[in-house]
Design a protein around this ligand. Sequence first.
Ligand code: BG6
Length: 475
Amino acid sequence: MNINIDKFPENFLWGGAVAANQCEGAWNVGGKGISTSDVTTAGALGVPREFTDGILEGKYYPSHEAIDFYHRYKEDIALFAEMGFKCFRTSIAWTRIFPQGDELEPNEEGLKYYDDLFDECLKNGIEPIVTISHYEMPYGLVEKYGSWRDRRLVDFYVNYCNVIFNRYKNKVKHWMTFNEINVITLHPFMSAGIKIKENEKKEQVVYQAAHHQFIASAKAVKLGHEINPDFKIGCMLLYPLAYAETCNPDDVLAANNFMNRHYFFSDVQAKGRYPQYMKQYFKKNNIEIKMEDKDEEILKEGTVDFIGFSYYMTFVVSGENNGKKLTGGNMMKGIKNPYLKASDWGWQVDPVGFRISLNNLYNRYEIPLFCVENGFGAVDTIEEDGSINDDYRIDYLKQHISEMKKAITIDGVEMIGYTPWGCIDLISAGTGEMKKRYGFIYVDKDNEGNGTLERRRKKSFYWYKKVIESNGEIL
Ligand code: BG6
């Protein structure tokens, strides 16, 4: 409880976040299998990424090399340590451990890679924070089983968790089961390897697949606690705070309904049961979730220890969306908010919305929050003297940290830590671009895959170092 706290807690985990498929590269090295991200081409703003059937000649797949973190992690972790990171969030590429997904025995070379990576973090005083599946999974499971539509995926996932929990039980404490689990309804392939067939009812398919993920996640939480009672295992939600366009009750109702479609995921994972509003929604929309006898018990026994979430921007919702001017956003579009400025990709910058979000989430669940993604995607320019003066990024982060501090010290929200997204430039998940950069560290690579991959400290690198050094006092 944060009564009488006027500062960030002493043990607050400052750090940065990445995901394996967006930074590691080395897509076919060390016995790694093909993942869903390995068959995803590059797109651009307004040009959707393609999900090809296998790897096709002549197509560009940005995950194949990414920023080659796989080979350069020592150099990169040294830079994170220089900034004073207390933690580093990354994900394990499932296909390094189980190349096809349904093998009985894991790939030792993949396990050894993460041993070395986590040891390197720990050696530098950095706690690894691990997402178990971040927008990638074995493509073999897609081809053979149709991915998460098939309940057998639960066993494959739990087996994968069993292996990594046992292997890293003395190196990793904080885990998250599925990155932005609620994105399954928006981008079923990127999120969960699901391709919707013609004549199929999308909602039926994705909500059934989500049920399988809930069961897998709950089983993993229970298993993890048995393997190491000190484990803290969280969910990970894309938190899309939505405002009603006006005080017209129809707009307010629409915004509430919009939020419920997303709260559904954290409600199941944190409360351990399906909420009534969603049971009702399924009934009204003829969606039938097939459950097994023990499922309710499994969900109840596998509730998460903390709420991991991403926050970048806010949305505006109206009861009548037709003809409204839309703007870009994280994984979906929304109505333009006249009170907010937006990034070049149309994401509306809203620091106060961050404080509201922290309050909403904490008041709803009353378990600790971990903001594991936040940040500003922008084009950076290298000056003649080699410097990169990313004041716009500093400005964004400064305002968000300042609102987070208010949520902690004034509102009493309990938080574990804060890991800005893409602490080193990496491949954008939404567009597959390189030029949409979030990092404190610049990586020399362009959208077509050219560049030396050389790393360079940006102005924000020195700024964030001071933030961490002062435990958030100097912004
Ligand atoms: C989150 C994802 O939605 O947003 C990340 O978890 C992603 O994987 C991040 O990279 C930023 O989105 P984008 O599209 O700018 O890369």
